[in-house]
Design a protein around this ligand. Structure first.
Ligand code: FAD
Length: 277
């Protein structure tokens, strides 16, 4: 019986495990190896690590966790979760593990507009967050392939950063291909446009069903509802990272720094609630 099982080995789950392990509570982290930024070569806007690769960040985090004998990390896909505060069961390759509390940090997966060639560039020359990838296209021409008003918000955000922006609906583009240092967009109506990169809008969905299966409330955003301390609506179940949504903010806070912060909060709350019980 572990004190806490953390499901998810992205920044939120790794930080939660560090926080719990440092308090000499036993913690098992299970990670299926499917990261939202799995295709990203360089992550940005993370103080002291601006431009480092996400894979390297995870490697460093795992090295840091290895220093704590209260923390176990296992590469395994969780297939089922059940139970209640004091005795949760988590089924993964290798058997069933039990814990008094759970931290869910299973992240989100993105569904991209169905433009041929777009997915192949995701996380490289195709992005959705100007804070993460805008500066990389500084003073260059970009395309904004987003339906409706959201495209205008992205354009205004990027205006001081990029040279110019071509705004189009995804359906207006027949194909995206690499062309030299940038991308060539073949337009559905004919013609080719050259840009350094593309901003688009993906549809995000929960990567794992466990929060819903445990009865945790979800918000209309698709995020799992958490309180300001990272607690879901189910006692003993905490959530952090992209999958979690504090109702007071407009949507899930999607960034490495936010995932680390909410993972820490979820882990600290699991420890704190145990002594307050
Ligand atoms: C293209 C792209 C570029 C980005 N660039 C930046 C950037 O430059 N800077 C920035 O701050 N943010 C960036 N982000 C956002 C950032 O990547 C996320 O906010 C962050 O990774 C979220 O961390 P997380 O821990 O919540 O989820 P994830 O990192 O997605 O981790 C989820 C974890 O849950 C595990 N998991 C899921 N299901 C199971 C299961 N059944 N069993 C076991 N484990 C499971 C996965 O294997 C994984 O370990 C980018 C996102 C994208 C999509």
């Amino acid at each position: 019986m572990y004190d806490v099982i953390v499901i998810g080995g992205g920044p939120a789950g790794l930080q939660a495990a560090l926080t719990i392990g440092r308090m000499h509570r036993t913690v098992l982290l299970l990670d299926s190896g499917e990261y939202r930024n799995g295709t990203v070569e360089h992550a940005h806007n993370l103080l002291t690590n601006d431009g480092r690769s996400p894979a390297e960040l995870r490697r460093i985090a795992r090295d840091e966790l290895a220093a704590y004998d209260t923390v176990k990390v296992r590469g395994a896909s969780v297939t089922a979760v059940s139970g209640a505060l004091g005795d949760f069961s988590v089924t993964a390759a290798g058997g069933v593990e039990r814990a008094r509390r759970l931290v869910l940090a299973t992240g989100m997966r993105d569904e991209l507009p169905a433009v041929p060639g777009l997915a192949e560039q995701w996380g490289r020359r195709v992005a959705q967050c100007p804070f993460c990838h805008g500066h990389e296209f500084a003073r260059q021409r970009v395309a904004i392939l987003i339906e409706g008003e959201h495209s205008l918000m992205i354009e205004r955000m990027l205006r001081p950063v990029v040279a110019s922006a071509l705004i189009a609906a995804p359906a207006d583009v027949a194909r995206v291909e690499e062309a030299g240092e940038g991308l060539a967009l073949t337009l559905a109506g004919g013609g080719v446009e050259h840009v350094a990169g593309i901003f688009t809008a993906a549809t995000a969905r929960q990567r794992a069903p466990f929060a819903a299966q445990l009865g945790c409330a979800l918000l209309p955003s698709g995020g799992v509802e958490v309180d300001p301390l990272g607690r879901t609506t189910v006692p003993g179940v905490y959530a952090g990272g992209d999958m979690a949504h504090l109702a007071a903010v407009p949507g899930p806070m999607v960034s490495l720094a936010a995932a680390i912060a909410s993972g820490q909060l979820a882990g600290a709350s699991a420890v704190r609630d145990e002594i307050m019980a």
